[in-house]
Design a protein around this ligand. Sequence first.
Ligand code: GLN
Length: 274
Amino acid sequence: MTIEGLLKLSLIDPLEAQVLLAHALKCTRVQLVIRNKDTLTPQQVTEVSALFMRRMQGEPIAYLTGEREFHGLRFEITPDVLIPRHETELLVELGLEKLPKGGSVLDLGTGSGAIAVSLAHERRDAQITAADISQAALAVARRNAAAHAVTIQLVHSDWLEKIEGRFDLIVSNPPYIAASDPHLQQGDLRFEPHSALTDGANGMMHISAIIDGAARYLNPAGWLLIEHGYDQAAAVRALLQKAGWQQAQSWKDLAGIERVSGAVLEGNHADKPL
Ligand code: GLN
C-alpha cells in the first residue's frame, strides 16, 4: 500500500491522519506529500492503522505522537501530564512582562513543564523553580528542560507544601474545571490526568488555596498570575481583593476570554502572611 492509499483509507480527519503517518514514518507532512507514491511495508501499515484506530477511539493526537508545540517549542507529552493549550501562552507572555531582570519564578503544578521551560528559554537570566505533586509529571518536565537546555529546579510538592524561599513571580495553571462540568467526559479531556483538570469540587478550590498561600512566597512587588476557566475571572479577582492583594486584574486570551488573573504584593505585605 502507498502513503496516498493509506491516507485515503483512513476514517479520521485527513490532517490528523497526515500528522500520525508522518510521526510513524519519522518524516514531515511535506515529505509525505512528496513521497505519496512510496510503498509502505506491511509493518508500517499495521503500525499506522493502529494509531488511526486509537485516534478513532478518541485518544488525543498529542498522546499518540508524544509531543505538542507550545510557545514555539516542542514538548514531550505523556498521559501523565495535561496537554499544553495555546491559551496558556498568555500566562507565559504575562509572566515575561512581570518578571524583573534576574528575577525568580515559581510555577505551581508544572505538569509537562511547558510554562516553566518556555519562561526559562526566553529568560536565561531568571531562576526558575517548578513544582508538581506528580513524580511522573516531574520526570516529563525534567526531560523537557533538558531537551531545551534550560535549568529548572524541580520540586516534588503538593502546591506550596514543600516550597522554600521567596520569588519575584508565581505562575500557575491549576486544575480549575468543576467536577460536575460535562466537558470532563468529552474529547481529549477523557484521556488527560483527572487531577490536572479538576479539583473534584467547584473548580475554585486550588485557585483559592494558591491565592491564600502565595503571599508568603513572594518578594515585595511580586506578581501572582493564575490561569482559570472562561467564567471564573470575576470570582478570582474577588478572592484576590479579599485576601488583600493589589491591582487585581484579568487578561483576555486570543479568543477574547478572560483567561488569566493576577495581582501584586506591594511593599510591607511581604513579611506577613495575608
Ligand atoms: N484549559 C483546560 C481545558 O479547558 C483545562 C486546564 C486546567 O484545568 N488547568 O480543557
